[in-house]
Design a binder for this molecule. Structure first.
Ligand SMILES: NC(=O)C1=CN([C@@H]2O[C@H](COP(=O)(O)OP(=O)(O)OC[C@H]3O[C@@H](n4cnc5c(N)ncnc54)[C@H](OP(=O)(O)O)[C@@H]3O)[C@@H](O)[C@H]2O)C=CC1
Ligand SMILES: CC(=O)[C@@H](O)[C@H](O)COP(=O)(O)O
Ligand SMILES: [Mn+2]
Length: 381
């Protein structure tokens, strides 16, 4: 029985994790979880899984829930995320919270020796060097949940990393993949949220449309697999059936395939190194699909990917600035304050003005993160 702490339980990844947990009660037990503002889903999860500790975003929600559920302990805010992540009974933290807000709780869980199943890519982008250094120090596994990184992890299984030629990360192309850049001037939020293959949270769906999602994933792959940026490529693959590939020195390419279902990488991170049946999992039928398509990445069409490679190659606080600018710009787009094309422009302006600090400590990262968000708020007003 694995005892689980879950951050971001009410989100797209969190709710799919919940689906896995309720199907496998003999394998997994949820002891603590965090949610944000969604109290209805929070209550459903408490009713079904009866965790010991729950954190919500706001104090007033925690107080109200405490009255309804006297046998559960409630907490809130940033300290609540840390309390959930470090619950003494859990051995695994599933981090599915959105954004760099997940950083401090991840570091705290590593210091408690917990295995980290990480979907929260922004944490690895903003402070990958700190997370991986702590993981090495406390001998803690960081297991990828992001579908591409899970695919790479599975394609490296039993291989010597020194024999890898390059990593190839696949990209669907996002909601606007059949539009030219010129045609993006007047696209709406609803259009951008219409991902062709995956049903995901709003922020990552917009990231997928700008290709910043792939940019974050390139950096995530560099952090998780210690690969230089010139050995990480992105390949357009519109069906999202091949989730990523690893090419070896002898020209062999090993890939992981499957229908687009995030429960597969989530469950693999939970059951690793074992594999267990996926409830209602749809088997891949390649004969029925018939054809798979591939295309070279176009960096002019998707400048956000170019910006991410630039930030990755530079290293330092520019990664934090880029990530925070993206989080704030996407939020502004979702609120109707800026246009779709202004997301990339905002990130580029922030990066151009940034004074980079190499190998930053946690305090510096948190400072750059909050200052960048303020800058973007002022820019989009
Ligand atoms: N969705 C997907 O298929 C994939 C997602 N990922 C990554 O996983 C992470 C989560 O994505 P996704 O599930 O789509 O996101 P969602 O927006 O669907 O969910 C985010 C979760 O985080 C909570 N949350 C948001 N802000 C805060 C905050 N300030 N404090 C506390 N809790 C907060 C939300 O609470 P509430 O809703 O209650 O307000 C919700 O539970 C991201 O890093 C994303 O890039 C990676 C691969 C695939
Ligand atoms: C499911 C998942 O891991 C997402 O990150 C997905 O990859 C988004 O798709 P694209 O970014 O390839 O459009
Ligand atoms: Mn992904």
């Amino acid at each position: 029985m694995k005892k689980i702490s879950l951050l971001g339980a009410t989100g797209s990844i969190g709710w799919q994790t919940y689906d896995i947990l309720i199907q496998q009660p003999e394998a997994f037990q949820l002891v603590a979880f965090s949610s944000g503002k969604n109290i209805e889903k929070t209550r459903e999860m408490i009713d079904v899984l009866k965790p010991e500790l729950v954190s919500v975003q706001f104090e007033e929600d925690a107080r109200a829930l405490q009255k309804v559920y006297p046998n559960t302990h409630f907490t809130y805010g940033a300290k609540g995320l840390v309390e959930v992540a470090t619950h003494p009974d859990s051995t695994v933290l599933v981090n599915a919270v959105l954004g760099s807000v997940g950083l401090e709780s991840t570091l705290a869980a590593i210091r408690m020796g917990k295995t980290i199943a990480i979907a929260n890519k922004e944490t690895l982008v903003t402070a990958g060097h700190l997370v991986m250094a702590e993981a090495r120090k406390y001998n803690v596994p960081i297991l990828p949940v992001d579908s591409e990184h899970s695919a790479i992890f599975q394609s490296m299984n039993g291989e010597n990393p020194k024999n890898i030629e390059r990593l190839i990360i696949t990209a669907s192309g996002g909601s606007f993949r059949d539009k030219t850049r010129d045609e993006l001037k007047h696209v709406t939020v609803a259009d951008a949220l219409n991902h062709p293959n995956w049903s995901m949270g709003a922020k990552i769906t917009i990231d997928s449309a700008t290709m910043m999602n792939k940019g974050l994933e390139v950096i995530e792959a560099h952090v998780l697999f210690d690969m230089p940026y010139d050995k990480i490529d992105v390949l357009l693959h519109r069906e999202s059936i091949i989730h990523s590939l690893v090419e070896y020195h002898d020209t062999s390419v090993i890939a992981q395939l499957g229908t687009p279902d995030m429960r597969v990488p989530i469950q693999y991170a939970l059951s690793y190194p074992d594999r267990i049946p996926l409830h209602n999992g749809q088997r891949l039928n390649l004969a029925q699909i018939g054809q798979l398509h591939f295309k070279e990445m176009d960096f002019e069409r998707y400048p956000a990917l170019r910006l991410a490679y630039e930030a990755g190659r530079m290293g330092g606080t520019i990664l934090t600035a880029m990530n925070a600018a993206n989080e704030a710009a996407v939020a502004a787009f979702l609120q109707g304050k800026i246009t779709f094309l202004e997301i990339d422009e905002t990130i580029e302006r922030v990066m151009q003005a940034h004074s980079n600090i190499l190998v930053p400590d946690l305090e510096t990262i948190l400072h750059v993160d909050s200052e960048t968000r303020k800058t973007v708020l002022a820019m989009v007003k």
